[in-house]
Write a protein that binds this ligand. Structure first.
Ligand code: GDP
Length: 297
């Protein structure tokens, strides 16, 4: 289960305080040390942990907590609030174009779940915004990617625009957008190529697609299971592409939590959705407060 280790470690830190009626400064320092270790073990970015602990410590050492009759509850609340703050406070919705179509460009490394997420997001938009999306298959390097998108399109009854694998992806996107305008699709989701790692060729291609398509959202699909690496990927894509948000996938796995807790603080960009399974309905809006509840168990 996701965050299991982190939840357990945090509970342990709190239970040390719960056993006491009144707490001393040194009790709080002990608890802070445990919380710090819990976060580091969960693969939370080092700088994020530093800021987190500093903020919680300042509040926890305040007179309100030290003189309180329920110090552990107060500290749990302080930690909860800081978790929510670290993850960005409120859910951030998708951007919508003033005139159709709204264009959403999906990017990410191979295997992160990009093609699957294109399907999931189109279903989400149909269910929640009565959308009539068009999917553009611009991943011309991974041989099975176009077939995979076609299969998803058939399953969801969503049209897929493709030109095979021998055409420049920028040209595919150009013609795909023209088709969407003709057919009055209100959303266009572009499935772009992924690679095993960030490289210049990939980024140049994505920049060219961005320049042509003027996407309303550029969503990085990022694999939560990869922990710190997911944070580095988000940083890299953001620096190159100025993404508008992240879809954090595979939160149904036993991810430790580092990516969920670090991405917003490190990149300044919100996690907009989370993927929680392989099925088309396994996509949820990311709510920092619900995630904090999940982490605190
Ligand atoms: P792409 O290379 O980024 O396009 O990745 P795919 O969409 O092909 O996904 C790679 C694998 O991850 C597939 O087996 C997906 O079913 C799986 N996957 C995608 N999202 C999730 C998720 O949220 N949870 C789980 N458990 N698997 C996922």
């Amino acid at each position: 289960m996701a965050f299991e280790g982190l939840s357990e470690r945090l509970q342990k830190a709190f239970s040390g305080l719960r056993r006491k009626g009144k707490v001393s400064e040194s009790d709080i320092r002990d608890a802070m040390r445990e919380i710090r270790l819990a976060l580091l073990e969960a693969d939370v970015n080092f700088d994020v942990v530093k800021t987190f602990i500093k903020n919680v410590r300042t509040k926890a050492l305040g007179a309100e907590v030290l003189e309180s009759l329920t110090p552990s509850q107060q500290i749990i609340k302080i930690v909860n609030d800081e978790l929510v703050k670290t993850m960005g406070e409120a859910a951030v919705p998708l951007n919508k174009a003033p005139h159709i179509p709204t264009v959403i460009m999906m990017a990410g490394l191979q295997g992160a779940g990009k093609t699957t997420t294109v399907g999931k997001l189109s279903k989400y938009l149909m269910d929640n915004d009565s959308a009539r999306p068009l999917l553009i298959a611009a991943d011309v390097y991974r041989p099975a990617a176009i077939d995979q998108l076609q299969t998803i399109g058939k399953q969801l009854n969503v049209p897929v625009f493709e030109m095979g694998t021998d055409v420049d992806p920028v040209e595919i996107v150009r013609q795909g957008l023209a088709t969407a305008k003709e057919n009055k699709n209100d959303y266009v989701l572009i499935d772009t190529a992924g690679r095993l790692q960030i490289d210049e060729k990939l980024m140049n291609e994505l920049k060219n697609i961005k320049e042509l398509a003027h996407p309303n959202d550029i969503l990085l699909v990022d694999d939560a299971m990869t922990g710190q690496a997911a944070v580095d990927v988000a940083k890299g894509f953001n620096e190159q592409l100025d993404i508008t948000g992240v879809v954090l996938t595979k939160l149904d796995g036993d991810t430790r939590g580092g990516a969920a807790l670090s991405i917003r603080a490190v990149t300044g960009k919100p996690i907009k959705f989370i993927g929680q399974g392989e099925k088309m309905d396994a996509l949820d809006v990311f709510y920092p407060d619900r995630m904090a509840n999940r982490i605190l168990g």
